[in-house]
Design a protein around this ligand. Sequence first.
Ligand code: NDP
Length: 265
Amino acid sequence: MSKQLFAIFGDPVSHSRSPLMHNSVFKQLNYNACYTRVHLTDGSKLRETFLNLKLSGANITVPHKEEAFKACDEVRGFATKIGVVNTIVKENGKLIGYNTDADGFLFSISEFKNIKTILILGAGGTAKALSQKFSDEGFEVTILNRSENRLQSYTESGFKTFTWESFEIKKYDLVINTTSAGLQDSNLPAPKEIIKPLLQQSSYVADAIYGKVTPFLALAKELNKEYKDGADMLLGQGVLANNYFTASTFDLKTIEKYMRESFNY
Ligand code: NDP
């Protein structure tokens, strides 16, 4: 079989560790494939670009995961429930979509104990995946977002939703930042008058962003909270995506081993 090509689509995408992670697995396991990055500004061009590049599969990151859902011929598993796709695999000429973010996140917080209530900051693609998964797992989930627009679908699905204006600060067992605040700027995901008292009362803090200490995590650290950045979430979603890319040729533990090694590069 000729060499397979995989890619990550995003805007921005230069910060992504996915090429290192997947190439580490391909190289160590002698799998004839290579993984690159594609800076895509217009999400509606995703399908066309995927096909032009003759990709065998792709990951999709901010802000194109909902467009990725539309780009697929068929969507399977948890992604069908949420309309958000972060992994596409070409199968018999068709683009098949999956979502591996939520299971990746559950993997990353498995050491946080006694969690019942979760506050998600942000209402984009990542929030959608996590909120649905958490709710399926029996957690009580609340969503806080900067603007009203994206909250509607969450309200309709039965979640408690707030904007910064309507939010009443109280204790949550876990607070997760799924906004892109702090990714390329020094913003908190909500005004400090909200975030600081919120974190003071919470037990655990997590951020989907990885590779840097965001202002949000810096505050959690200052308040002596137990926290995690997005690296383990990234690892979790990557292991599951690689398993789709390689059609279950390797077991998950083997993929995890070589993918984790790439974090030392
Ligand atoms: P989306 O573009 O779908 O959603 C972005 C959300 O962030 C929206 O709710 C938006 O609010 C909010 N937002 C953006 N800027 C700000 C700001 N300055 N202050 C407050 N809220 C803001 O993004 P995704 O859900 O795809 O990704 C979100 C983040 O998660 C990214 O940083 C991404 O890198 C990270 N991520 C990490 C993963 C990992 O494996 N570790 C996996 C997936 C994502 P509004 O509606 O008001 O615009």
